[in-house]
Design a protein around this ligand. Structure first.
Ligand code: BDR
Ligand code: CA
Length: 315
């Protein structure tokens, strides 16, 4: 079986962690590298979380610590959603792997250069590392097959009215990636706020009965509290959409559109502006993921969790 070479780049983060649960569970994906980025919490915290998630799931790909801060903006964290640690909730194993001495963008460049097949970057945090990769190592662009992100949205924002957190945090990085000419898949809020996991789903997750499922349940029990307080019907578990849009496109609705990133607007900085005009001749640079079959999403989570049966690491 030919496996799709991927890089996991994120700011874990409960939903980043669950995205990586899906990625590691799918035998059709070959994880070449994992990189952290500042976003949901400081780089020190997201890096520790990322390494602990790798230990939990048995991801043994090279790991590099990523950008300390966005390219231009001052760093802002999202402790209201993810807690003080960035991954509050159940106890986690200690990291069991060395960190690469390379920066995230240098490690990305190395594995992309060495890969026989074009590499897909799955980014579930601010796009700082990927933008640095394209700025510092433009020659590797030829061997990047696609960049699949959680970020943006074609109708609304969450952190501010017009912009979603990952894009708002580092709009210049997003602009560089969206204007790179590399094929992109954007799982924005249009789909990810429909990727709800609700308390009614918890018994099915509990029923799986392995360590990874128990920890995922613990993450969800923490992660659903804040969105429920502010009016969501469950936890919008955003980031797995960036993985599943590649592996299970049949559960989504998608539309190819031209999308660009607003950098100037006083109210709209960080907005992803999509061109829906049928007569537009702007190049359709992004496959926008707009809808999801939520029931199938939960079924896929249960299937993914079952692949960890028999795995148990000390916490
Ligand atoms: C995005 O922001 C983060 O809090 C989540 O991990 C997700 O990637 C949602 O706006
Ligand atoms: Ca994230």
């Amino acid at each position: 079986m030919k496996r799709l070479p991927i890089i996991l780049d994120g700011d874990p983060g409960h939903d980043d962690a669950i995205a990586w649960v899906f990625a590691k569970a799918d035998p059709r994906l070959n994880i070449l590298a994992v990189t952290s980025v500042a976003g949901n919490q400081t780089i020190e915290k997201t890096t520790l979380n990322a390494r602990r998630i790798c230990a939990l799931l048995g991801i043994d790909a090279p790991f590099a610590k990523g950008a300390v801060r966005p390219l231009v903006n001052p760093p802002v964290t999202a402790g209201n959603w993810h807690g003080e640690s960035g991954l509050d909730g159940p106890k986690m194993p200690q990291p069991d792997q060395e960190m690469s001495e390379l920066t995230a963008s240098d490690l990305m460049a190395k594995v992309i250069r060495e890969s026989q097949d074009p590499v897909t970057i799955i980014s579930t945090g601010p796009l700082t590392n990927t933008a640095q990769l394209l700025l510092i190592h433009p020659e590797v662009k030829e061997n990047i097959g696609r960049i699949s992100i959680m970020g943006g949205g074609v109708t609304h924002g969450n952190w501010v009215p017009a912009a979603e957190f990952n894009i708002w945090e580092d709009p210049e990085a997003a602009w560089i990636v969206f204007n790179s000419g590399i094929p992109m898949t954007m799982s924005g809020l249009d789909v990810t706020e429909k990727a709800l996991i609700c308390p009614e789903d918890f018994p099915r997750i509990e029923g799986v009965g392995n360590q990874v499922a128990d920890i995922v349940l613990g993450w969800l029990k923490f992660f659903y509290m804040y969105p429920m307080q502010i009016g969501y019907a469950g936890a919008p578990v955003h980031d797995p959409c960036a993985v599943l849009a590649l592996t299970h496109p049949e559960i989504f609705q998608m539309q190819d559109l031209h999308v660009d990133v607003e950098l100037q607007g006083e109210l709209t900085r960080g907005e992803t502006v999509a061109d829906f005009r049928s007569w537009s001749d702007a190049e359709k640079n992004v496959t926008c993921v707009l809808g999801i079959d939520r029931e199938k999403y939960i079924d896929l989570l249960i299937d993914a969790l079952r692949t960890y049966d028999g795995r148990e690491v000390p916490v």
